[in-house]
Design a protein around this ligand. Sequence first.
Ligand code: C2E
Ligand code: CA
Ligand code: CA
Ligand code: CA
Length: 275
Amino acid sequence: SKNDGRGVYRFFEKVMDAEFQSRLALEMDLRCAINNNELELFYQPIISLDSNRLCGFEALIRWNHPTRGVVPPTEFIGIAEEIGLIDSIGAWVLKSACAEAATWPSDLKVAVNISPVQFNSKLIVLSVISALGETNLPPSRLELEITEAAMLDDNVLTLQTLHELKSLGCRISMDDFGTGYSSLNYVQKFPFDRIKIDQCFVRNMSEEDRSNAIVRAVTGLGASFGMKITAEGVETRAQLKQLQIEGCNEVQGYLFSPPRCARDTRRLIDRVRER
Ligand code: C2E
Ligand code: CA
Ligand code: CA
Ligand code: CA
């Protein structure tokens, strides 16, 4: 009946209103997250297959929300981009990651994710310069990870920003390779030091020959363009073995370690170095 319809409508209205309120509250909370010390970086080990050694860590942000618990980056980086907070959060990430890496042995690098909006902001080069300057981290120990969404086709700004960042002495990786529309186009056009093969291609490696063929094609591409290859999301020995066969340079994934907090990361470094 008519009445039922109205009831259902009111129900949805309430649900949507609740979602809107919740989102609004999250935005407000995010605005205070830096000052309230609620942001934290975790670090996931990166292992070099060329040297069979730990060679660095990828910094991954977490938000320790006072009532919601840990909010993953996938749930707030997009919001931060939308409400104009990404420059300040991004600058915080760069500075914290560089400061932490400066306490590690000098042969370990840190890889930092740069959001598309942050990459296209006027402030990006300045943020990197001041993070390096304030922490005294040698630029060669900083790797910046950029996804395809950051790159604007035929845009001089993308190329200019990449060149400026590289001229500081940092390295640049193309993250989540193969998941967008123009991966090949961008690899040809832009001067990346490294390609990170997305974990969706690593996942099926041992079981499916077709995935092996994709990884083989990407390592071949890297060799032709003088780019190193990292595989992420490595979870099994079979995947690792196959990646070694295909000539992948670096690996990371739960097989070795999940991302850990800064203190546990320092402990891990100490344990690895004692051996
Ligand atoms: P990403 O850069 O592709 O990072 C890899 C994600 O895979 C991380 O999720 C990591 O915890 C997870 N992972 C690592 N090893 C494995 C594995 O063996 N199996 C599986 N299934 N997953 C694995 P996380 O930490 O939730 O980060 C998600 C995404 O959020 C990142 O994807 C990155 O795009 C973004 N992100 C993280 N930290 C930052 C940051 O500081 N700034 C920006 N702009 N984005 C960030
Ligand atoms: Ca990444
Ligand atoms: Ca990735
Ligand atoms: Ca990803």
